[in-house]
Design a protein around this ligand. Structure first.
Ligand code: FNR
Length: 186
């Protein structure tokens, strides 16, 4: 079975290394029988509970895209040992109005890259906490902490280090298995 997977990039930087990592995953995904499509977060308004009564069009489109995906991947940097505000805003938007949480039951996997020694490990733990509250079955293993060095991933998403390419493919196959398992359970 092939799955349609949506992905969020937790950075809106024009030179984002996490976007490059996402590009690498898009390139490798067909080998894991996944089709990866970005669900953009940059245009979302800042979430307010006022929106619950009348959901902004951008938020409604965003929620519908998540609900239409077989699974979700979140590719994110770490900001101050946590989740970047733009990503938190997107998750808050997806979670509301109460009772209409778009992540409920959606198999989700997380990955991220930074140049630091922890390679987004602290942010990913916070993200797991958020996703557990959102009732999104989150892939436990393999964890994916990608430490960036210059040139590791080319602008077009080509991975220059064969061992990283092999790891990312293994990770994507695990994402496929995670989605399949949730489908069997549901
Ligand atoms: C960072 N950076 C960072 N890196 C890290 O490993 N742990 C951290 O806690 C932080 N904190 C942090 C806060 C803020 C406000 C910024 C701007 C940056 C560095 C970060 O990993 C680096 O800027 C990456 O390039 C960000 O990812 P993108 O946007 O390139 O995908």
């Amino acid at each position: 079975t092939s799955y349609n997977v949506g992905f969020l990039v937790g950075s809106i930087s024009s030179t984002s290394i996490n976007r490059r990592l996402a590009q690498a995953l898009v390139k490798l995904a067909p080998q894991a029988q996944l089709s990866l499509t970005e669900i953009p977060i940059a245009g979302l308004p800042l979430y307010s509970a006022d929106h619950d009564a009348s959901i902004p069009a951008e938020a409604a489109d965003f929620k519908r895209a998540i609900e239409g995906a077989d699974g979700m991947v979140i590719v994110s940097p770490e900001y101050n040992r946590s989740v970047p505000g733009v990503l938190k805003n997107a998750l808050d938007t997806a979670s509301r109005p109460w009772g209409q949480n778009s992540f409920a039951g959606t198999p989700t996997a997380i990955i991220g890259t930074s140049a630091g020694a922890l390679a987004t490990a602290a942010a990913q733990q916070h993200l797991r906490l958020i996703l557990s509250f959102l009732d999104a079955p989150t892939m436990m293993q393999p964890e994916a902490y990608v430490r960036t060095v210059d040139g590791l991933i080319a602008e077009d998403g080509r991975v220059t280090d064969p061992s990283l390419a092999e790891f990312l493919l293994t990770w994507l196959r695990a994402v496929h298995a995670h989605i399949a398992k949730q489908g069997d359970a549901g």
